[in-house]
Design a protein around this ligand. Sequence first.
Ligand code: CUA
Length: 358
Amino acid sequence: MTERERVQSDEAKGPPETDPRIEGEKHPIARMIGIGLVASVIGIAITLWIDWFPESAAGSANKIDTLYDVLLICSVPVFVLVMTIAIYSVVRFRAKPGDMGDGAPIHGNTRLEIIWVTIPFIMVTALAIYGWIVLDDLEAKQRNEMVVKVTGQQFTWSFEYPSEQVSSPELVLPVDRPVEFRIQTKDVIHSFWVPQFRLKSDAVPGLTTTIRLTPDKPGRYEVVCAELCGLGHSTMRQFVRVLPAADFDTWVQNEKQAAGGGGGGGQAAAPSGEELFSSEGCGGCHTLKAAGTTAKVGPDLGKLGAAANAKFIRTSIVDPNADVTKGYQPDIMPGNFGTALSKEELDALVKYLLEAQE
Ligand code: CUA
């Protein structure tokens, strides 16, 4: 008997009266539902038990964590449903050795199709509405908001407090006071993110994006750039300090005095070279022992050696591609410092770098 004839004779016989694998299986669907329910409960318990997020340090975090838990509770049963049916079908309807026949022809099942379109539609719509309500809540304007302007640049963040008239390379926030971050970038797209606050927003050239949150736990957390922005992306990390309100006021006073030289009004003194090194973000890419920076995207500016002269330093700031240090790539350093800095600022920065040679 050839293979073909054997298959044909098998088909002619039709399905066997009893399949030993399903004997005693009177209610396969009830059994599947039973297995599915148990698996769902175990799955939900595991996903809720896993600690997905770092500690929370802002009011927004709790709402976001709850939203995430609801998403987990909804998605585990869907995953279990799909896997239960798939695994059950693989086991239950597996072809016997030598069975080359086709399965029975079917032309769909209207009732089943309506069910599997309607239920996911309702679930996804309900979750989208819930997510929208949470988002709307998080974006709502708060009373007594403090505005902080966040500026990203390759590869550092800087922070400005317009009503406090302070700018700082470090983000410092008072606890329990709502903050509105206005996020901008000087060059490419970055993304402002503090994991403990949960919220994240891109800094997009030409736009000001906004996030609102209220830090509710004093501490020190990391500010992370969450958008690949160039060679120094992974080093684009700073700290945010959340302080009690009184300590924050003290910090603001200290910053003001440091910036204004204790000045009582009038024009603020021109920034020193050291301040410019910090505010322009030089330390985001360069090591400089005098400034305590250790980044390695660009050359160590404290070890210029024979190149430590005013002309070379000035040219390297204004036209970074003019003379690229061996071992480094061109086009990494932004080329706009020549226009961003005034002549006096450039002089101060060059002088500072000359003095900072080791
Ligand atoms: Cu800035 Cu990544």
